[in-house]
Design a protein around this ligand. Structure first.
Ligand code: SF4
Ligand SMILES: [Zn+2]
Length: 363
């Protein structure tokens, strides 16, 4: 598709914290990232909601090392000794097109110089993982424990492939989880709440069924990634056209309650999606009057796995959410097709022809 400028990440590397639990206590968990050439999947079109663009500078080992040292020192200066942190690149830590192997190893090696760190999680696409790579980093970090997060997004192939454009094959995610379990590396499975084209009710159903799949595959932690609108991607074009609304906050509460009722695994879930290293145009929201209370209660859930504060919230806008849930829609295939035709004619322009549609969308 036609794009405007990609996001640009430059020195210095940065971080934010997310509410979490660690060793049974509430924990402000730093997510720190270093600048790289950016996600190579994004450069080919990428996931519809993402814009992890790039700097056109190769991440040589010295640059990876310097950035890692800089950001860990900054976290230390501002927050003190944080034993558990995420150390990320802009896309996938095991993608050699994004970050050469020597530079990735330099990043993790540098982290071992800080004696208070006991746990490091990174992120990667599942198709970039291998036994040798995972085992190599696990050994390098030892005795620091190692975890890897990745985006499964949805266990439904139609949603994962045509709504998210994830580009991973059936089986990549379960194989990645099994591999991590074999190596005793903690897997963290990201599930996207409400990709484009998916209705409010479908979004909740899909979050629940994908969580069940991730647990069945053996996933140890689950991140419910609440979708938000960022610039320079397909989702933003649809949002501008009034064809996408981020999820209602009520849908997060509903999804969490159903996950709790149907899997009894609520303590392995965290809700992300309200902070990012890039500008967020619109996050999940309700009417505006109850949003702050809701976000506060979501933080409480992330700290404690206790849903009671979320469940205590009431606001008249719950009625509007219920109306959205009951809305009658065309089939998902028809909605995807309509969205793709809109994007084809309005974003790609004259170069677009209906022959370019995925065969599943040809009526
Ligand atoms: S979500 Fe991950 S894999 Fe997809 S484009 Fe963004 S960084 Fe790349
Ligand atoms: Zn409200």
């Amino acid at each position: 598709m036609k794009r405007d400028l990609p996001s640009v990440h430059q020195w210095p590397p940065d971080y934010f914290t997310i509410p979490d639990k660690f060793e049974g206590k509430p924990y402000d968990h730093p997510l720190a990232w270093i600048c790289t050439m950016g996600c190579s999947w994004y450069k080919t079109g990428g996931c519809t909601m993402c814009n992890f663009g790039s700097i056109d500078v190769k991440t040589i080992p010295d640059y990876a090392r310097d950035q890692t040292r800089e950001i860990i020192r900054r976290v230390h200066t501002e927050l003190g000794e944080k034993p558990n942190l995420d150390l990320l690149v802009l896309g996938s830590s095991f993608d050699t097109a994004e970050i050469p192997t020597e530079s990735m190893l330099a990043m993790f090696t540098e982290a071992t110089r800080f004696p208070w760190i006991r746990y490091i999680t990174t992120e990667a696409r599942p198709d970039h993982l291998s036994h040798a790579k995972l085992e190599g980093v696990k050994k390098l970090l030892y005795p620091i424990l190692f975890g890897v997060g990745f985006g499964l997004e949805s266990a439904n192939p139609l949603i994962r492939e045509l709504c998210v454009n994830k580009g991973i094959k059936e089986g990549d995610s379960s194989a990645a989880i099994q591999l991590m379990n074999q190596l005793d590396i903690q897997s963290q499975v990201h599930i996207l709440l409400k990709p484009i084209f998916v209705s409010e009710a479908e979004a909740i159903d899909d979050a629940l069924s994908t969580t069940k799949s991730a647990i069945l595959y053996g996933g140890r932690r689950i991140v419910l990634m609440v979708n938000s609108v960022k610039r320079h991607n397909v989702q933003h074009s649809l949002y501008q056209a009034g064809m996408y609304r981020p999820p209602w906050l009520w849908s997060i509460r509903e999804a969490l309650n159903r996950i709790k009722d149907e899997t009894a695994n609520i303590d392995i879930i965290n809700v992300y999606g309200f902070k990012s290293g890039v500008e967020i145009v619109r996050t999940a929201h309700n009417c505006g009057k109850c949003d702050e209370e809701f976000l506060f209660a979501l933080d409480h859930f992330n700290y404690t796995a206790d849903l009671s504060r979320l469940n205590d919230i009431s606001c008249p806008c719950e009625y509007d959410w219920r109306t959205a849930l009951e809305q009658k829609n065309d089939s998902l295939v028809k909605r995807i097709r309509a969205g793709c035709l809109y994007l084809g004619h309005n974003v790609i322009g004259d170069a677009f022809s209906e022959e370019m549609l995925d065969p599943r969308l040809r009526l």
